[in-house]
Ligand binder design. Structure first.
Ligand code: SF4
Length: 175
């Protein structure tokens, strides 16, 4: 979920990252613009079907630095690995519910992060006149997205108090 667009919309490159090399390795790097750092979108082009990273040895700094908050809690013994696995299953179920509702509302762009898809769908529906059925689906989608974000913030994102600010901000979530 850290790399498939569920938890994050994009990854920012850091000064030590070699953008040219990462682009050669297949990451669609968007060049730095103004005050915006170079970045690449999620879901990540290097994410393999088995959940591994194709570029693991060469992955960018933010990918190296990020530690899942839930994994850290489990490693510290503050939550059992069985309970952590159940939490992951719940988050995946919530993410799949968001995907189902996005598709029902006409967004089939599986190559974009959930946060970005939700944002675009919200803009589209709020700009037009959605029929009652679409309006009901959108209400369900908003609730499902809210629950997913809450789950992510509470259990998966690294708490700011325990990590340098750049570590939390580097993999960027929307909203
Ligand atoms: S480069 Fe690897 S670790 Fe970084 S987001 Fe992509 S798949 Fe994940």
């Amino acid at each position: 979920m850290c790399c498939d667009g569920t938890l994050f919309d994009l990854v920012r490159l850091e000064p030590g990252d070699n953008a040219r090399r990462l682009a050669q390795l297949g990451l669609p790097i968007a060049a730095a613009r103004g005050r915006q750092a170079a970045r690449f979108p999620q879901p990540c082009a290097a994410l393999c079907a088995d959940g591994s990273c194709r570029l693991y040895a060469d992955r960018p700094g933010q990918c190296r630095a990020f530690e899942c908050g839930l994994l850290r809690e489990a490693k510290a013994g503050r939550v059992s690995f069985a309970a952590a696995a159940r939490r992951v299953t719940t988050a995946k179920r919530r993410a799949n519910q968001v995907r189902r509702l996005l598709r029902a509302l006409g967004d089939h762009d599986e190559q974009r992060a959930l946060g970005e898809r939700f944002h675009r769908t919200s803009e589209r529906l709020e700009a037009g006149t959605a029929d009652p059925a679409a309006g009901a689906l959108y209400a369900d989608l908003s609730l499902a997205m809210h629950r997913l974000k809450l789950e992510a913030h509470t259990h998966f994102h690294t708490p700011p108090a325990a990590a340098p600010e750049s570590r939390v901000a580097g993999k960027l979530r929307r909203g």
